[in-house]
Design a protein around this ligand. Structure first.
Ligand SMILES: Cc1cc2nc3c(=O)[nH]c(=O)nc-3n(C[C@H](O)[C@H](O)[C@H](O)COP(=O)(O)OP(=O)(O)OC[C@H]3O[C@@H](n4cnc5c(N)ncnc54)[C@H](O)[C@@H]3O)c2cc1C
Length: 471
């Protein structure tokens, strides 16, 4: 499809067209809510699936498989006759022409809902991207999983103490909900699951370090919850380093001030920024690149364009920006769909207001922290609460009870099939070759030291003179 439709007004014969960018929590809920609207609904997403992001960390740590937390958008909307799904990456929105341009064509719109979410933000250190994957997309989660599984394989096949320790050291940068969840899950997989299947790994060497530049873990929570989360993580064996700014990330580890943590697995959970698509709307953006919207979630002055979810900056009555949470995106998606239906029936738009149902984060398999209004819940009860509430967010999964049971089984039993290393990139092979050469040089240097020769000469010696390092 090169181009669908011109930029006609909906007052002609043509059915009005609503284009939605993004099939996440916001976009998909908007599409579903428009099912009875007299409109053609186009949902464009660069992926062909809706992703249940709250469980991404489970895929990243091989607790669940990719298919457990994603659902094809076409399947979700299969019964909705007025909905068409387009797989494509939008790169520009032209509000003058009322067009959306994407990699495979152009779509005109009468109403546009922008719900493209956020992406990882490395705060200008773009070279860290390759060294420390974030956790925002399925691709990110699979890359984290591959790296985590690979270091166990490498640690199994070395008798070099120093190398083994650095291979089994995991650094997570950013102690927000994603960082906290990743830290707890990696600690559990390292100490409780992998250890049983490997013969030479010393579980006491598996270190998980959670680093944050700020003074609190879970900064958006109350002090009590934040301290409780830190204590629970420390009880589980996670090292929590607060007020610690990461100055450098290299292939060998992380530098924090004068200290260096040797690690081959660094995960970035320190920040996000809104989708760059907001820039083409030519309107006010906040510091995170979110589009500042008005009380009806419109771009100010443009009642045909809405921005919702993580990509929108909407201040609640107390003047605070709404957080990047699934319920915010869901409620906003439904709200704009209702407003469009109102407009199509010549009724006015209504202002959006958010119903806050609280926030929660898991700390491993059976612990969580939760804040619901002024109530705070910790431990196992909070975890059960987390499980049930997240189930309510599920979109398009067959049967919620069935999925719950399936998850529960996979979650408690650690789904074995999720521990497959499916794709080994050349960069990994290169790292293994380098690691082997360094070890060979180290061994050669040690031997020559005993013989009283200079280590400098060793550095220049060809690698094939040394023997393989093995347990
Ligand atoms: C690891 C993690 C854990 C989380 N845990 C929780 C939690 O426990 N509870 C909670 O409430 N919230 C949680 N969140 C936040 C929650 O997932 C988000 O607030 C929510 O997904 C926002 O919905 P959205 O529709 O705005 O964006 P998203 O769900 O991010 O959807 C954006 C969609 O847009 C698509 N897209 C992006 N750019 C383009 C483009 N240019 N062209 C076409 N398509 C595009 C993407 O593929 C994606 O499908 C978590 C987030 C992460 C990353």
């Amino acid at each position: 499809m090169a181009q669908e439709g011109g930029s006609e007004e909906e007052d002609g014969d043509r059915t009005p067209r609503v284009v939605i960018i993004g099939g996440g929590f916001g976009g998909l809920n908007a599409a579903k809510k428009l099912r009875r609207a007299k409109a053609d609904v186009y949902l464009i997403d660069r992926e062909n699936f809706h992703l249940f992001q709250p469980l991404l960390y489970q895929v990243a740590t091989a607790g669940l498989g990719a298919e457990d937390i994603a659902s094809p958008i076409r399947a979700v909307l299969r019964r909705q006759k007025n909905a068409k799904v387009v797989k494509g990456e939008v790169y520009e929105i032209d509000r003058q022409a009322r067009e959306v341009r994407f990699d495979r064509g152009v779509l005109s719109y009468d109403y546009l809902i922008v719900a493209a979410g956020v992406q990882n933000n490395y705060f200008g250190n773009e070279e860290w991207k390759a060294l420390a994957p974030g956790l925002k997309t399925m691709g990110d989660a699979l890359e984290c999983r591959r790296r985590i599984l690979e270091v166990f394989e490498r640690a199994e096949w070395t008798d070099d103490e120093e190398l083994s320790e650095s291979l089994l050291t995991f650094v997570i940068v950013g102690a927000g909900p994603t960082g906290v969840e990743m830290a707890g899950a990696i600690r559990e997989i390292a100490h409780k699951v992998m250890i049983r299947e490997f013969r030479n790994i010393d579980s006491s060497k598996a270190r998980v370090v959670l680093v944050d530049a700020g003074p609190k873990a879970l900064a958006a929570y109350t002090d009590e919850t934040s301290q409780r989360a830190k204590r629970d993580l420390e009880d589980m064996g996670v090292e929590v380093l607060l007020d610690s700014m990461v100055d450098e990330i290299t292939a060998e580890g992380v530098r924090i001030g004068d200290g260096f943590i040797a690690s081959h697995t660094v995960i970035w959970a320190a920040g996000v920024e809104a989708s760059p698509l907001g820039q083409s709307l030519d309107t006010e953006l906040d510091r995170m690149g979110r589009v500042v919207v008005d009380d009806t979630l419109n771009v100010p002055g443009d009642d045909r364009v809405f921005v919702i979810g993580d990509q929108a900056r909407f201040d609640s009555e107390d003047g605070e920006a709404l957080p990047g949470l699934a319920p915010v995106a869901i409620q906003q998606g439904k709200h704009v769909a209702k407003n469009i239906r109102n407009r199509l029936r010549d009724k006015p738009y209504r202002s959006f207001s958010y119903t806050d149902r609280g926030q929660m984060a898991t700390l491993g398999r059976a612990r969580a922290v939760a804040e619901v209004g002024s109530q705070k819940f910790f431990g196992f009860f909070a975890w059960v609460l987390w499980l049930f509430i997240h189930l309510l967010f599920l979109i398009g999964f067959r049967n919620r009870l069935f999925v719950l049971l399936e998850w529960f089984y996979a979650y408690v039993g650690m789904k074995r099939s999720a521990r497959l290393i499916l794709d080994t990139p050349e960069s990994y092979r290169q790292a293994v070759r380098t690691e082997r050469r360094l070890l060979e040089q180290k061994e050669e240097a040690a031997t020559l030291d005993v013989l009283g020769e200079s280590a400098d000469e060793v550095a220049e010696s060809p690698p094939d003179q040394a023997k393989r390092s093995s347990p």
